[in-house]
Design a binder for this molecule. Structure first.
Ligand code: ATP
Ligand code: MG
Length: 440
């Protein structure tokens, strides 16, 4: 056992150990996945970030000292193993490593609170309690590799669109949209809140002349609901564009989602296979559009009662989602159920230039043309029982040359649900925060 690496370094990841390098000496580092001692031969499977590799130690070929070291290994301990690569038809990647030296870098305490190699599925709570172990499972880590690729594709796409990445504060003095869905915090001698959305700041950037901005950041919602699609801390991909309307930003959103679908299929084939998920079944854009007026009719025709003007209930979302193949836009919402910053239609002010992007029955994004006229903005705040005095520094940006603009926010964790096929949003977040969970 040696806790320090000294001059020991990994030469290969498991995925790079293949028959082409047979005869070569390699050093692999990772976790003990499995040990099988058959007396005359010991098999140890080592797992690293990218997969598995087999160590084969026949007692005739390998020193007694090494056999003893291998026998002493415990599951999930961290090890470095030096050995010679040899072709082996049945082993992972068609190769095995005949060990020359074993170094235990850190032994794992036994018994494990959760076995990352077990085939039976543990309950989500048990898994989250030992999330570091849970994340060692290939199907679980695949979700996060797909999510990382998603953010990469999003940034590439935004870059091509000429957008500027921004970071806005998450410690804020007032609510974005009013309401009680805020976490209050103590900010020295004042009360402050955790930001529920970068909405007001990204709009102010349209008054700053940045034209096209995006932000990928945390949002905090103090909602009490306990569902498979809500968390109290989530990541939002936000976009705001000046001199653009709802159709323009819906096209950008359509393009972004399509790019993400393509990129996932291209770069994450192995992870999708591990998850046994067929992403190619989801149609790429352009996505169809359903107007709110029509949605009400469709929903009622499915036997779900819904009045014009109401938000969609969960049942309504499901009934409408069942009529759709995948992603679709739900447009022209009643103004009264959209935020104060959504632009009403000129000729029919009871509806607004607001849209949601849905994936079947899951809301992925909300967006709209924004109100850029100071007076209308104040009027819409008052109509929603919001006090404009609380929005002074935001409103000021609308008095001195605010460009007309539109934008949207996408729930990144919800989009990751679509890309990985999981049904619980908790699966797509490393350390989820919900009504009952603040650790780990
Ligand atoms: P919902 O109606 O599903 O509760 P919302 O309309 O309240 O969502 P918005 O304020 O429109 O949400 O936020 C924009 C996007 O951010 C949503 O479409 C969703 O993808 C994501 N989002 C919002 N709230 C949450 C949450 N609590 N957990 C995870 N993602 C969220
Ligand atoms: Mg919404």
């Amino acid at each position: 056992m040696d806790y320090l690496l000294r001059d020991l370094r990994r030469t290969h990841y498991s995925k790079d150990v293949n028959p082409d390098i047979s005869g070569e000496e390699v050093i692999i580092m990772g976790w003990v996945h499995e040990i099988r001692d058959l007396g005359g031969i010991i098999f140890v499977i080592i797992r690293d970030r990218d997969g598995l590799v087999q160590i084969t130690a026949p007692s005739k070929k390998v020193d007694a000292e090494i056999l003893e070291e291998l026998r002493a290994l415990r599951k999930e301990s961290v090890v470095a193993i030096k050995g010679t690569v040899q072709e082996a038809g049945k082993a992972p990647n068609g190769v095995e490593i005949i060990p020359i030296k074993t170094t235990i870098l850190n032994p794992a305490k036994q018994p494990l609170p959760m076995d990352p190699t077990e085939k039976v599925k543990a309950e989500i709570d048990t898994r989250l309690n030992s999330r570091f172990l849970d994340l060692r499972k290939a199907n679980v880590s695949s979700i996060f590799k797909i999510k990382a690729n998603m953010f990469k594709a999003v940034r590439q796409y935004f870059d091509e669109q000429g957008m500027i990445e921004i970071n806005t504060p998450k410690l804020v003095a007032s609510a974005t949209e009013g309401g009680t869905e805020l976490f209050p915090i103590t900010y020295f001698e004042k009360e402050a809140f955790l930001g529920q959305s970068p909405q007001l700041y990204k709009q102010m950037m349209m008054g700053a002349g940045f034209d096209k901005v995006f932000e990928i950041g945390q949002i905090f919602r103090a909602e009490e609901h306990d569902t498979l699609r809500h968390l109290n801390e989530a990541v939002s991909i936000d976009c705001e564009i000046s001199f653009a309307d709802d159709v323009d930003v819906m096209n950008v959103l359509d393009g972004m989602i399509t790019r993400v679908l393509q990129s996932t299929k291209e770069n994450c084939a192995k992870e999708l296979e591990t998850l046994e998920y067929d992403l190619s079944a989801i149609p790429e854009g352009p996505f169809p559009e359903v107007k709110y007026d029509d949605a009400v009719d469709i929903i009622n025709s499915k036997g779900i009662d819904m009045e014009w003007g109401e938000d969609l209930s969960r049942e309504a979302e499901k009934a409408l989602g069942d009529t759709q193949e995948g992603f679709y836009f739900l447009t022209d919402w009643p103004s009264a159920i959209k935020p104060f910053y959504a632009m009403p239609y000129e000729d029919r002010p009871e509806i607004s230039h607001a849209f949601d992007l849905m994936y079947k029955n899951l809301e992925i994004s909300s967006g709209s043309i924004r109100v850029h006229q100071y007076d209308l903005l104040v009027k819409q705040m008052i109509e929603r029982d919001l006090n404009p005095d609380g929005f002074g520094s935001y409103l000021k940006a609308f008095e001195y040359g605010m460009a007309p603009h539109a934008g949207w926010g996408v729930g990144a964790d919800r989009l990751a649900m679509v890309l990985t096929g999981v049904e619980n949003i908790r699966e797509t977040v490393l350390f989820p925060r919900d009504r009952h969970r603040l650790t780990p």
